[in-house]
Design a protein around this ligand. Structure first.
Ligand code: FES
Length: 117
């Protein structure tokens, strides 16, 4: 059963999602090696397609390393500060449909609290 959140407080954006797109050149693992760009592009496309982007709605942003690399690829959604790890575009769709649109946390994709770098 998904956790229900109160409506997002009014701010410039109702919700803001950040995708780590960090790429390490030294051979160390990073989100970019795990489909992060594809997830970002898919999210941008869907949010635009459904007219969810803009003031009072949703903003999708790139981020550098969020220092939770071991769970990568990772995203974080504000203002709730909910962290997710995703595998494919269906996971992104679920984050959009459930959390970004309706404030319902997608429990199955939550990044465990102790996952760090
Ligand atoms: S490389 Fe993505 S969180 Fe560090």
């Amino acid at each position: 059963m998904p956790t229900s959140l109160p409506p997002a407080p009014s701010g410039y954006y109702a919700r803001h999602i950040f995708f780590c797109l960090n790429e390490r050149k030294n051979g160390e693992d990073s989100c970019s090696q795990h489909n992060a760009q594809a997830g970002f592009d898919h999210c941008k496309m869907r949010v635009k397609q459904e007219d969810l982007s803009g003031q009072g709605k949703v903003r999708v942003n790139k981020a550098g390393c969020l220092d939770r690399c071991a769970g990568g690829p990772v995203v974080v959604v504000y203002p709730e500060a909910v962290w997710y790890s995703f595998v494919d575009m269906e996971d992104i769709d679920e984050i959009i449909d459930s959390h970004l649109k309706n404030g319902q946390v997608v429990e199955r994709l939550l990044l465990p609290p102790d996952v760090g770098r």
